[in-house]
Ligand binder design. Structure first.
Ligand code: TGC
Ligand code: FAD
Length: 393
């Protein structure tokens, strides 16, 4: 059954005053689109574990695919606050839909833009921005998740083409992607990026089923069995782990904003419910225990909003460090997951129902806290940054 979306955005510290009119306009247009196109259908798609493919056109139209990519390549040339706001609003609807946008913009368009040849940029970026082509990003392997440097997927120079072998898993958008950005080791053991097109012989993308999280997002494997990759599909301008990790900086930044959207939706739902639901003759919002939950939620949302806004201004000046991005990703996602859990309790039994978005956000956030670097890995990145001591290995 289609649902009415009553969301009202919290802005406890008047942070809108830090935004330009353009920022607010962009946010409003994405919010309107989410209310009209995502909220009414997303619960049903999540329950059915199906990706709502019809949203791709709208995502492209609202500028969700590569908003910071320059206009000459089909992007919108927007700043990083705009990008963050777009991710926040989409994830307010559903983390899985934000995932699709993150992957397309930050993990497929960005590497082509940052590391690709002029021919590659002209060939792929405008179509990716318009949603005519969809992409995915293959870094994680069955035996190498947090430690991508250990990857075994590899390619050799076979004369007229490269020959690619190996497998990637947990790849968002893989089941329907037209192209994959694949990170693999060359004959010298150096990591490089390849653009692999669907249809190449020996390339398959089996879908991953039985997920309890991100059910409205399509996840799959990438399997390469002697796949011939044209030489012009190698990303020429980067080698080493810093290539894929550079893309992750973009995507993690978007998640730092996006998770706040999910938190806002849970808070807004819980606040409305607490004011309406009566027990012992009065609204449950009048009980101190429920007020504590709600007051802590808005405090944490406000702190996270300030952190990402500042990070956005640093990113606009090209001064945001990867470690600062890790801190924000980690903080926002933990905050959102805690709020989802508390909000679920405020709704009592109704908290587990698909009538409300909370349980879906909560389950989604269990993936968000793991992908793009786990909660632990981001803590270790901060630990390394402040102590100079690496504790990964
Ligand atoms: P390490 O030796 O530290 O670094 C290797 C090289 O990379 C450079 N580097 C970075 N460059 C750019 N940005 C960053 N954030 C960077 N971090 C490191 C580093 O300077 C070095 O460069 P060079 O020139 O000296 O070679 O690497 P390590 O092997 O010790 O690993 C470090 C660690 C653990 C932090 C890193 O590998 C890591 O972040 N692991 C987590 C893996 C991860 O996040 N995977 C995400 C997969 S994609 C995904 O989840 C998409 S979900 C999408 C969705 O649906 O939204
Ligand atoms: P592991 O690395 O095996 O970690 C298991 C546990 O060990 C974690 O708690 C971790 O924090 C801990 N751990 C690991 N190393 C250390 C250490 N040094 N010190 C302390 N603790 C440690 N990947 C892609 O490439 N592309 C995608 O599009 C993509 N989409 C995804 C979508 C979903 C729904 C999911 C769930 C994952 C996706 N991933 C994707 C993969 C994701 O990035 C990995 O799951 C993540 O990086 C963690 O790797 P892992 O699952 O192998 O866990």
């Amino acid at each position: 059954m289609a649902k009415t979306d009553l969301f009202e955005s919290p802005d406890y510290y008047l942070l809108d005053e830090l935004l330009t009119d353009e920022h607010k306009l962009i946010r409003q247009s994405v919010r309107d689109w989410v209310k009209k196109e995502v909220s009414p259908i997303i619960e049903d798609y999540a329950q059915r574990a199906e990706f709502p493919k019809q949203l791709l056109k709208g995502l492209a139209e609202i500028g969700a695919f590569g908003p910071t990519i320059p206009v000459q390549y089909g992007g919108l040339g927007l700043d990083y606050i705009s990008y963050g706001l777009i991710m926040q609003e989409i994830e307010r609807g559903d983390s899985g839909i934000r995932s699709t946008a993150s992957v397309q913009g930050s993990l497929v368009m960005y590497p082509i833009y940052a590391y690709g040849s002029e021919e590659q940029k002209n060939k792929y970026l405008p179509k990716l921005a318009g949603g005519e082509l969809m992409g995915c990003f293959g870094l994680t392997e069955p035996d190498h998740g947090s430690d991508p440097g250990g990857m075994t997927t590899n390619f050799i120079d076979a004369g007229d083409y490269y020959l690619l072998n190996g497998a990637k898993m947990w790849i968002s958008n893989a089941p329907f992607a037209d192209i994959a950005i694949v990170w693999a080791k060359n004959e010298l053991g150096k990591i490089q990026g390849l653009i692999v097109e669907r249809g190449a012989e020996g390339f398959s993308t089996p879908e991953t089923h039985n997920k309890w999280s991100l059910r409205a997002s399509a996840t799959g494997e990438l399997v390469f069995d002697n796949v011939k990759v044209p030489k012009e599909n190698l990303l020429p301008n980067v080698s080493g782990l810093k290539g894929p990790l550079g893309c992750l900086n973009q995507a993690r930044y978007g998640i730092a904003w996006g998770a706040i959207g999910a938190a806002m939706d849970c808070y807004d739902t819980a606040l409305r419910y607490a004011k309406e639901r009566k027990q012992f003759g009065k609204p449950i919002a009048a009980f101190q225990l429920q007020q504590k939950k709600l007051a802590e939620m808005i405090t944490e949302i406000t702190k996270a909003q300030l952190l990402v806004w500042r990070l956005g201004t640093l990113k606009n000046d090209n001064r945001a460090t990867p470690a600062q991005i890790s801190m924000a990703k980690r903080n926002s996602v933990e905050m959102a997951l805690n709020i989802a859990r508390e909000a679920r309790q405020i709704l009592g039994g109704m908290g587990i129902s698909g009538e409300y978005p909370i349980m879906r956000h909560m389950a989604n956030l269990e993936s968000v806290i793991t992908y793009e670097g786990t909660h632990d890995i981001h803590l270790l990145i901060t630990g390394l940054d402040i102590t100079g001591e690496e504790a990964f290995k």
